[in-house]
Design a protein around this ligand. Structure first.
Ligand code: GTQ
Length: 350
């Protein structure tokens, strides 16, 4: 007897059976097998575009609603509409826009979640990581690896907004979250600004430094000016990849691995007029437009016309095709290093 022809008596008998076994903490696999082991990814996350020009006033309004000290972190979460109530932009990653006003401090704490920052708007704030400050300039990519103390402050005269990316949903999935506050509001500087970059990010390493393979980098700022100069030189050399134009990944310079074990980040340069071929991969990816503008075609169904500081997310296994109106620079991040470590990551060039 085929399943579709299952008669009412059989269905009723099954329902009663399911009810009885439920009392023993049992449920039937055959009712859910197709959903549990799909032939290919079926993301609940959806493609979504956040236009900074529309968000900016709402972010600034948060500054009149609550202080940075009271909020601890004054952030508007970019929540994927397909994952409502979960504070996720992808199943494994979180993103938000953090605001810090002149004179404010976001107090020092640490947690097992890893974080990245991408500075978008305003200048003059700093992030301090493990006793060293870095001044936040637009486009700078800054990381705070798991369990490093960090605080943010703004001694300048402009509101400063940056994008936060954290592995909060991943740590929640493992129930492995720990956090604590530092007794003091801000960390005491124990090294001068630029020290980590000089020691670990200058094609040099201290003589006795031997990091474990998955250790996060001690370089906690990747200055935009350096990345942009590199990308311009690479673009000037020509030969863009048909699917990527010019795309490179940020690395831990001591190991060649991603800067942090759970989150990978990339920078991409698309010459004016360039159109990529569609590409899909299993790592849902958050993109941020740092410069230029263009269009993103997701699965050849959804079109996003993005401008500077816009954020858009591409779900797992949905294709991305990009078109640049002008020379365009994108930043992106995803859980690719985790998927690769677990042997899960797949990519398809279409
Ligand atoms: O800056 O430490 O967006 O702990 C969310 C949680 C930022 C931070 C967020 C955090 C932080």
């Amino acid at each position: 007897m085929s399943l579709s022809a299952t008669d009412a008596t059989t269905l009723e008998r099954r329902r009663a059976y399911y009810a009885r076994i439920a009392e023993h903490g049992l449920t039937p696999l055959w009712e859910v097998l197709g959903a549990l082991v799909p032939p290919q990814p079926r993301p609940k996350a959806v493609a979504q575009h956040w236009r900074y020009a529309e968000l900016r006033e709402h972010v600034l309004e948060a500054g009149r609603v609550i202080t940075a000290a009271e909020a601890e972190r004054r952030v508007l979460i970019l929540e994927n509409p397909g994952l409502q109530g979960q504070s996720c932009i992808t199943p494994s990653l979180y993103a938000g826009l953090q605001l810090i006003l002149p004179g404010e401090v976001a107090p020092a704490h640490r947690h097992t979640q890893s974080a990245l920052r991408l500075v978008l708007d305003g200048e003059g704030a700093y992030t301090a990581v493990d006793g060293e400050r870095t001044t936040m300039r637009r486009g700078d990519f800054i990381i705070t690896p798991a369990w490093t103390f960090h605080d943010h402050g703004n001694p300048g005269d402009q509101p400063v907004v940056w994008l936060d990316g954290l592995d909060i949903p991943t740590v929640r999935f493992f129930d492995a979250g720990f956090a604590e506050k530092l007794a003091a509001e801000s960390q005491t500087a124990i090294r001068p600004e630029g020290d980590a970059l000089a020691r670990y990010g200058s094609n040099l390493l201290p003589m006795d430094y031997a990091p474990a393979p998955a250790a996060p980098t001690k370089v906690f700022v990747y200055p935009h000016a350096k990345t942009r100069a590199a990308m311009q030189a690479i673009a000037a050399a020509g030969h863009p990849d048909p699917h990527l134009a010019h795309k490179l990944r940020y690395v831990n310079p001591a190991t060649g691995a991603s800067p942090m074990p759970t989150i990978g980040a990339c920078t991409q340069w698309l010459p004016a007029g360039f159109e990529t071929q569609p590409l899909r991969s299993t790592d849902a990816t958050v993109h941020v437009c740092l410069e230029g503008s263009g269009e993103a075609y997701i699965d050849e169904r959804t079109t996003f016309r993005f401008a500077e500081n816009d954020v858009f997310v591409v779900p797992s296994w949905q294709s991305l095709r990009l078109r640049a109106n002008r020379d365009t620079m994108l930043f992106s991040f995803s859980d690719r290093p985790m998927q690769q470590a677990l042997g899960l990551w797949r990519e398809q060039r279409l």
